[in-house]
Design a protein around this ligand. Structure first.
Ligand code: 5AD
Ligand code: FES
Length: 361
């Protein structure tokens, strides 16, 4: 017998077909889903939001992911690399403004120089903040020894999106070579978790060729892998990438947005106490997209604190918001936005994943 949405929402564990029903829910059923996820957020997290000041420190990338605007093969953008002083000034801004943490993100490169550079930056960031600023890294696939070095230098969270857990879809959105290996991605996630990082992953939603079955599989993977943090956003096509050739077959942007909200609501229900980011890409579709995500389950926002002159060049997708703003603008704008979502920004705290704390005990 088919269960109705209300019955499904009362279950402790969702099957794949339950998840698909929830992803396809409409009108009152959809409202029930969002009501449930909002209640769970309130109960396990409270109506709170923590900031991670995002520093996109370089858009130089050694990879060629078919969806990404900063892929190596895109010659149509200016490449930049912030100086150490610029990165440290942005970290200082975050510290002075009592953001609990920063996130360092860049294109993906693997070299001894990068390993040493990031290690040195981590030491300096800890120094300038009396050890108080939390640091998330998001710099892609690296050797386990590199991850360990950075962990020992003070990074304690790592974001590495798996992009899709269906290997055949993964292969359709990446070049088929050893530099874009699905199993390597999984091995990296495992190594991060083993080292002791709060480990975050996520997927893009609304990719060409992606099915509801794939998305349900992604959620089940995250639960099974026991992630601590989740960052998921809508796929948004970029004109200078190979995947643009499938733009005609995509779901409308509005539907990709709605499906992302449902994915966020579902992961909140399935993994009650993890940290969930309200991704910037949501705002590229809906001006109050991130606030909507906060209302139904997200608890992390990443105000951009990259120096303004570089922001326009870190374009992963078209219509990326906030590229003309300064760090101060993003802070006051986001604060107003959070209060619109009836939530409150917590300053001066790391805002660690409660799930991680529970998992480590
Ligand atoms: N649309 C949406 N998200 C994208 N990303 C990269 N390209 C796009 C795009 N075209 C996401 C990927 C990556 C993160 C840093 O940005 O999921 O992991
Ligand atoms: Fe950046 Fe609003 S969040 S300007």
């Amino acid at each position: 017998m088919e269960l109705n949405i209300k019955d499904i929402l009362e279950k402790d564990e969702f099957s794949k077909s339950n998840i698909i029903s929830l992803l396809e829910s409409e009108s009152e059923d959809r409202t029930l889903l969002f009501k449930k996820s909002a209640e769970i957020k309130e109960k396990y997290i409270g109506n709170k939001v923590w900031f991670r000041g995002l520093i996109e420190f370089s858009n130089i990338c050694g990879k060629d992911c078919l969806y990404c605007g900063i892929r190596k093969g895109n010659k149509n953008l200016n490449r930049y690399n912030l100086s150490d002083d610029e990165i440290l000034a942005a970290a200082k801004f975050a510290y002075t403004n009592r953001y609990g943490s920063i996130a360092l993100q860049s294109g993906e490169l693997e070299s001894q120089f990068i390993t040493d550079r990031i290690e040195n930056l981590l030491h300096k960031i800890k120094e300038l903040s009396n050890g108080e600023l939390g640091v998330t890294l998001s710099v892609g696939e690296q050797k386990p020894t590199t991850y360990k070095k950075w962990y020992d230098a003070g990074a304690h969270r790592y974001l590495l999106r798996v992009e899709s857990t269906n290997q055949s879809l993964y292969q359709k959105i990446h070049p088929n070579d050893s530099n874009h290996d699905f199993n390597k991605r999984l091995a990296c996630l495992k190594s991060l978790q083993d080292i002791g990082y709060q480990t975050g992953t996520g997927v893009m939603i609304g990719l060409p060729f992606q099915t509801m079955d794939d998305l349900a599989g992604d959620l089940l993977f995250m639960k099974e892998f026991n992630i601590d943090m989740c960052g998921m956003g809508p796929y948004i096509e970029h004109a200078d990438t190979p995947l643009i050739e499938h733009a005609g077959n995509l779901m409308p942007l509005k539907d990709r947005f709605d499906l992302t909200l449902k994915m966020i609501a579902l992961i909140r229900i399935m993994m009650k106490d993890i940290n969930i980011v309200a991704a910037t890409a949501l705002q590229a579709i809906d001006p109050i997209g991130r606030e909507k995500a906060v209302k139904i389950g997200a608890n992390i926002l990443m105000p951009n604190i990259t120096p303004g002159k570089y922001r326009d060049s870190y374009k992963l997708y078209d219509n990326k918001p906030c590229t003309d703003d300064s760090a101060e603008d993003c802070q006051s704008c986001l604060e107003a936005r959070v209060s619109l979502a009836d939530a409150e920004v917590v300053y001066g705290e790391w805002g660690d994943s409660k799930h991680y704390e529970g998992r480590r005990q």
